[in-house]
Design a protein around this ligand. Sequence first.
Ligand code: AMP
Ligand code: ZN
Length: 138
Amino acid sequence: MVKDDCIFCKLAHGEIPSTTIYEDESFRVYFDIAPATKGHCLIIPKEHYADIFEIDPKTAGKLFELATAVAKGLKKVLGCDGMNIMQNNGSIAGQTVFHFHLHLIPRYEGDGIDFHYAHSEANMEELAQIAKEIRANI
Ligand code: AMP
Ligand code: ZN
């Protein structure tokens, strides 16, 4: 399905331009227009899924399989020292484009990017209970 007002649907089908690294019938990989680092790119399914809660698991699996190959290509060509894989779901989580996309962000020594957050203390009893409930819902 293609969503009329979705910028990444348009981009997926070549209706708006992108710097494409790779495409096949199901996916497009292209450079982020406002990159965090050199080589920052996005992988999208051509079908419209808003987020992780909507994407079909088989498509998500294939997308991640492709991500492993793209990550290796980026590393080989750009010589990055590491890589963050990021995938935001919902505005609270920083999602701004509501068509599923996986960020590949090559990292370089001294690039100054900081994804760190403050850690809290885990309540083990509460976590065990929640784990049980989630298990029943997977
Ligand atoms: P997110 O905040 O996870 O929803 O990420 C959306 C990303 O899409 C941002 O990093 C934007 O810079 C990027 N972006 C938005 N429009 C375009 C576009 N036309 N071409 C490439 N990247 C885009
Ligand atoms: Zn879309």
